[in-house]
Design a binder for this molecule. Structure first.
Ligand SMILES: O=C(O)CCC(=O)C(=O)O
Ligand SMILES: [Fe+2]
Length: 537
C-alpha cells in the first residue's frame, strides 16, 4: 500500500478555519511555493560549504556531563546550562542537543533539501508523510552527503562514548510532514538499530521552535509492565531548528510524530538510526502479542424480533438468497438501509445526545489502537436493543442464511461473536496486527451511525506470504528507507455510509486497520459510531 508521488502537496482542508469561515480550495502550488520562497531568501544569506558541528559539543567536559546524565536511570530531566543540552531518563533515555551545527547551516541544508530532494509519499496504517532516499545515495546533494559524513565520522564515535553502546554504521534519510501527516506509535525496534536520532530543521522566520498548536511534536509514551505503551503521552518534544534528538531503541522506546496541523511550514527532519549488534529487545519483541477480542456465545436471554428492526427487504428469502450468492462470489456485501430508518435515527440521536449515562473508555494499547468503546453495561434504549440484536440467535440464523456458514443449525459447533460499539473522533486509529487479524476464518459486520466521509474508513489487506502482517512488528513495515512502491495487498476498503451494514468474510491471515482520522476530516456533525462485530463458526 505504499504509494509514491512526486508532489509533496496535499489538498487544503475543506472544513472551517479558526475563524469559522469555510476555506476556499487553493491552488496547491502555493503551499510548496511559500516555504520555498522563504527559504531561497534564507539560503542566499548563508552559503555553506560544509557542515560543521557546534564547537560547544566538542568539549570533553560536555561529553563527560552527557555520559553521566545518560547513565542515570529514570531521571526526570537534567539540563546543561552552557549548551542547553537535556537528558531524560524516563520513560526511556532521550537526549536533546539544541544548536547542533554552527549557525546558518540548517538554512543551507533546508535550501538543498527543497531544491534537490526527490520525495516518495509513504502511506500505510502507521503513517503518512514524505521520505527521501537514504543519504548515502544522494550524490547530487553535497551538504546532505556531507552531513552523513559528519554523522559517521564525528557523531557516531562521540555517541559511543556518551551511550556506552557499540555503534557500527548510520542510516539516514530526510522526512517531510505536511499538514495532516503523522507517524503513529512505534518503538523503532528492528534488527540492529541501537540509537534513533532526529535532526530538526525549521529555519523559517518566527517558527524556529514550533508551538503545540502547530502539531508535529515527537511524543513519548510510557509503557506498562508488559511493555505496552500507555495513554496519555508522557512527554512532547516540539520541532526546533538545528536541534538533534537521540534515544535508545528498546522494548519501551514508544514514540510517535503527532499530526502536523499547520499549513504554514512543512516539518522537515533528517532522521535515522545508529546500528550495532542485533538489539536484544528485538528478539523478545517478536514474541509479544496484542490483546485479543473477547468472543461470546449467542445470547439466549434476549430474543428481539428481527421484524421490528430490520428493513423488510432483508427478511425476504429471495433477498437472502441473492445476498448469499453475492458473498460467495465476492466475500463481501454492503446492505444499505439495513435497519428501519426510524430505528437508525433513534439510535443515532441517542448516541449524539447522551453525555452522562453512556460510559466510553479509550481502547489501547497505544501501539495497537486508539478509539473509544462503549461499556456495554451502560447501553440503554434503542442502542441496547441493537447491540442485543447482534448477539441474538435470530442474528446468527440470519447470518447463516446470508453466508451458509455454520453459525446456527444442526452443524453449528460453538458459534460465537464479539460485539463492540466504537466512537471515532479526530486522532483515532487502529493499526495492523492489533489482534483483529484473524487466525481463523471470520465473518465481520460493520455498521455505521453518524457516518462522515473519511472517518473510520476500514481497509482489509491480503495475507503477506513472507511475513503475516498480523505478526510483523510495526517497524518491519517501515524499515530503513526501503524505496518500495505501491503494493497491491489491499483487498477492500469500507467507506462509511449511515445505516449500511457491511458484511465481510475474511480468511485466516487477512488483516485490517481503521485509518487514522486526521484533523482535516470534517466531523462537524459529531463523532462517528461503529458497531463492529466478528462471528466465528
Ligand atoms: O521525526 C521525529 O520526531 C521522529 C521520527 C520517527 O520516530 C521515525 O522516523 O521513526
Ligand atoms: Fe521512530
Amino acid at each position: 500500500m505504499e504509494t509514491t508521488s512526486s508532489s509533496p502537496v496535499k489538498p487544503r482542508r475543506k472544513d472551517k478555519d479558526e475563524d469559522g469561515h469555510a476555506e476556499q480550495e487553493q491552488d496547491s502550488t502555493d503551499q510548496a511555493g511559500e516555504p520555498q520562497r522563504k527559504l531561497l531568501r534564507l539560503a542566499e544569506t548563508s552559503p555553506a560549504k560544509e557542515v560543521l558541528l557546534n564547537e560547544a559539543y566538542q568539549q570533553p567536559e560536555l561529553t563527560q556531563w552527557l555520559q553521566t546524565a545518560w547513565s542515570e536511570e529514570k531521571s526526570q530531566g537534567k539540563k546543561e546550562t552552557q549548551t542547553g543540552a537535556q537528558v531524560f531518563g524516563d520513560p526511556f533515555q532521550i537526549c536533546l542537543l539544541p544548536g547542533l551545527l554552527e549557525k546558518g547551516q540548517s538554512q543551507a541544508l533546508v535550501a538543498e533539501i527543497i531544491q534537490k530532494v526527490q520525495w516518495s509519499r509513504k502511506q500505510m496504517d502507521l503513517y503518512e508523510f514524505y521520505q527521501s532516499t537514504d543519504l548515502s545515495n544522494m550524490p547530487a546533494c553535497r551538504l546532505l552527503t556531507n552531513f552523513l559524513q559528519v554523522l559517521r565520522k564525528q557523531v557516531r564515535p562521540w555517541l559511543e562514548k556518551v551511550t556506552n553502546l557499540k555503534l557500527d554504521y548510520v542510516s539516514a534519510s530526510c522526512s517531510m510532514y505536511t499538514c495532516g501527516d503523522y507517524l503513529l506509535v512505534h518503538d523503532d525496534l528492528l534488527k540492529d538499530r541501537q540509537v534513533a536520532f532526529i535532526y530538526y530543521l525549521s529555519p523559517w522566520e518566527g517558527a524556529e521552535e514550533w508551538s503545540e498548536s502547530q502539531g508535529g511534536c515527537l511524543e513519548i509514551f510510557g509503557s506498562d509492565d508488559q511493555c505496552f505503551p500507555q495513554f496519555p503521552v508522557q512527554r512532547k518534544i516540539a520541532p526546533k531548528d538545528n536541534q538533534f534528538a537521540f534515544f535508545k531503541v528498546g522494548s519501551r522506546s514508544f514514540h510517535q510524530v503527532g499530526e502536523v496541523t499547520t499549513f504554514d511550514y512543512p516539518r522537515l527532519t533528517i532522521n535515522g538510526w545508529f546500528h550495532g549488534e542485533t538489539n536484544e529487545a528485538f528478539v523478545a519483541d517478536s514474541l509479544r502479542a496484542f490483546p485479543r477480542l473477547n468472543y461470546l456465545q449467542p445470547d439466549s436471554l434476549n430474543k428481539p424480533p428481527l421484524g421490528l428492526f430490520l428493513n423488510n427487504v432483508y427478511l425476504k428469502s429471495a433477498t437472502r438468497r441473492s445476498i448469499q450468492k453475492r458473498i460467495e462470489e465476492n466475500s463481501e456485501i454492503c446492505l444499505y438501509e439495513f435497519f428501519k430508518r426510524e430505528k437508525f435515527e433513534l439510535a443515532r440521536s441517542q448516541l449524539l445526545a447522551d453525555s452522562n449515562t453512556l460510559k466510553w473508555r479509550r481502547q489501547g494499547p497505544a501501539n495497537a489502537h486508539n478509539y473509544e468503546v462503549l461499556d456495554l453495561t451502560t447501553a440503554k434504549g434503542t442502542i441496547l436493543e441493537l447491540l442485543q440484536l447482534f448477539r441474538s440467535h435470530a442474528m446468527f440464523d440470519l447470518l447463516r442464511d446470508f453466508t451458509d456458514l455454520d453459525l446456527s443449525g444442526a452443524d453449528a459447533q460453538s458459534p460465537k461473536c464479539s460485539v463492540e460499539l466504537q466512537r471515532w473522533s479526530h486522532g483515532n486509529y487502529t493499526v495492523l496486527g492489533d489482534g483483529l487479524a484473524s487466525e481463523e476464518n471470520t465473518l465481520d459486520l460493520v455498521y455505521y451511525l453518524n457516518a462522515a466521509e473519511g472517518a473510520a474508513v476500514i481497509t482489509y489487506l491480503s495475507p503477506d506470504a513472507e511475513m503475516p502482517a498480523a505478526k510483523a512488528p510495526a517497524d518491519n513495515r517501515r524499515s530503513d528507507y526501503d524505496g518500495e512502491d505501491e503494493d497491491d495487498s489491499v483487498l477492500l476498503t469500507i467507506t462509511p455510509v449511515d445505516n449500511a451494514l457491511n458484511i465481510v468474510y475474511r480468511c485466516e491471515g487477512t488483516t485490517k486497520f481503521t485509518k487514522y482520522v486526521s484533523r482535516n476530516t470534517p466531523l462537524e456533525k459529531g463523532p462517528v459510531f461503529v458497531i463492529s462485530c466478528s462471528y466465528k463458526e
